[in-house]
Design a binder for this molecule. Structure first.
Ligand SMILES: [Zn+2]
Length: 481
């Protein structure tokens, strides 16, 4: 066993899905032809002046309020200087020592019900750099690189955590639940694949029981939570090996290669003085009206964690149900509408189970489908009343997905109503008579053969037989022979 514990903090960059860029009127675009959303401001022509996007400030405040951050009465922008082709000004407008959102705290729920509390150091506003594409391999071996300035100037909020995380799985859990919160706030589409949410991890190890922080390395820009989790695992293992061999971890930026599982060093990490931060002279401080901040606080939506606790506590759902259903705000709204009309637990089972499974085949989410929450509630009601069996209900659902028809009408028009006991007993008797060998096996105590009879009864009734009733009727009939 390792006598070291990992100490991990994360930095998350979230692209805000505003209509326009952070400091100019260019529209945000994803997937448009390169360099079609640019202007003298985001291309850094001489003499131009940036203007702050008020909507970006509003969204940064929403994030800060949801993370319980102290909102700075007055924050300022800084210039972060570095020279790279993705940055036409040769500095990025960011925030440094007076960010818009200060200390806060984020609570996440683990699967076992325990709480993960992560301190938030700060959340600040900045602009994104342009997008570089390296042709013919990775950066070092690229034959040529091209730059697309469409992304340059996109509003970003960078969220920085305290080094409060102790395992790669907790990092993944934290990021998943933070992402949910951001989706509920409607501030970003938080797509890891498209790069609108990116996470870096600062990783160090220290002897168990020590309060001091070891030398950290920075694991850059992973585009999925799973890769980030694996990358942190690999980096912890690498650091443990170095220390076990009597070496010292050096401060550097590292890259994880998902294909090989290897960690490679990119460069020695910059210190903040390398960036020669100084106050941006072209922008006035952000001093949000306290009344506005309070209005935003009062208007925050119900966030995933309290919502999940309410679903488990008041609605009788499992922690897992609640986690799945709060994945997306649209899904929560859909579930809540159904649960207001029928048993919440049954609605949860049908929505996260059969409905999503059937819709996955056609690549549609529940709220985009022809199945309304009222349809789900109606189906649950039909099952509850014994009007349909579970297999028939699945068939009804498939028909509602295709046609958008009312479940009760579908049951009627397709003849999917549950069979009455007398008709079912007659069919069971026929099946037993036609399969004397299997009937004998059952008599001989080979209980598994009951599944054969249930299958035959389902086939013979088009799924309208209740499996439990079939089992009972077969046993009664065979014993009664
Ligand atoms: Zn522009």
């Amino acid at each position: 066993m390792s006598a070291h514990e990992p100490v991990i903090g994360v930095e998350i960059h979230v692209q805000l899905s505003t209509r326009t860029k952070m400091f100019c009127g260019c529209e945000l675009s994803f997937g448009d032809p390169p360099n079609t959303h640019t202007c003298p401001v985001c291309l850094a022509h001489p003499g131009v002046l940036p203007v702050v996007n008020e909507e970006a400030v509003r969204r940064a405040l929403l994030i800060g309020l949801a993370l319980g951050c102290e909102i700075a009465p007055r924050s300022i922008f800084h210039r972060k200087n570095y020279f790279y082709p993705d940055l036409p000004k040769a500095y990025q407008i960011s925030q440094f020592d007076i960010p818009i959102c200060g200390r806060g705290e984020f609570r996440a729920l683990r699967e076992d019900g325990s709480e993960l509390v992560v301190g938030i150091t700060r959340a600040h506003l900045e602009e994104d750099a342009a997008k570089l594409t390296h042709a013919g391999g990775r950066r070092a071996g690229a034959a040529e690189s091209v730059v697309d300035f469409n992304r340059g100037g996109t509003p970003l909020v960078e969220i920085v955590t305290e080094p409060d995380l102790r395992s790669p799985s907790d990092v993944a859990l934290f990021l998943r639940q933070l992402r949910q919160t951001l989706l509920f706030l409607g501030v970003s589409d938080c797509s890891m694949e498209e790069g609108s949410m990116r996470a870096d991890a600062n990783v160090s190890i220290r002897p168990v029981g020590s309060q001091e922080l070891g030398t950290k390395t920075e694991l850059k820009n992973m585009n999925s939570f799973r890769f980030l989790e694996r990358g942190i695992e690999a980096e912890i293992a690498r650091q443990e090996e170095i220390v076990a061999a009597g070496g010292r971890v050096s401060q550097e930026t590292v890259h994880y290669e998902p294909d090989t599982g290897h960690i490679t060093s990119l460069r020695s990490k910059e210190e903040s003085h390398d960036y020669r931060y100084f106050p941006e002279p072209d922008l006035v401080p952000i001093a949000p009206d306290p009344a506005w901040v309070e209005e935003l606080r009062a208007g925050l939506p119900e966030l995933p964690l309290p919502l999940r606790m309410r679903m488990v506590g008041e609605m009788g759902l499992s922690a897992e149900d609640a986690e799945v259903l709060t994945e997306r705000p649209e899904l929560v709204a859909y579930f809540m509408e159904a649960a207001a009309l029928a048993d919440p637990k049954a609605c949860a089972n049908w929505i996260r189970g059969e409905l999503r499974a059937q819709l996955r085949e056609v690549g549609v989410e529940p709220w985009q489908s022809k199945v309304t929450p009222a349809h789900v509630a109606a189906l649950v009601g039909l099952l509850d009343a014994g009007t349909v069996t579970v297999p028939a209900a699945k068939e009804v659902l498939a028909e509602v997905i295709a046609s958008g028809g009312d479940p009760a009408d579908v049951v009627e028009s397709k003849g999917l109503g549950a069979m009455d006991e007398g008709d079912l007993a007659a069919i069971v008797a026929e099946i037993i008579a036609a399969n004397p060998d299997q009937a004998q096996q059952l008599r001989d105590g080979k209980d598994k053969v009951i599944g054969f009879f249930v299958g035959q009864a389902m086939k013979g009734t088009g799924g309208r037989a209740d499996p439990q009733s079939v089992q009972r009727l077969v046993r009664e009939a065979v014993r009664g022979d």
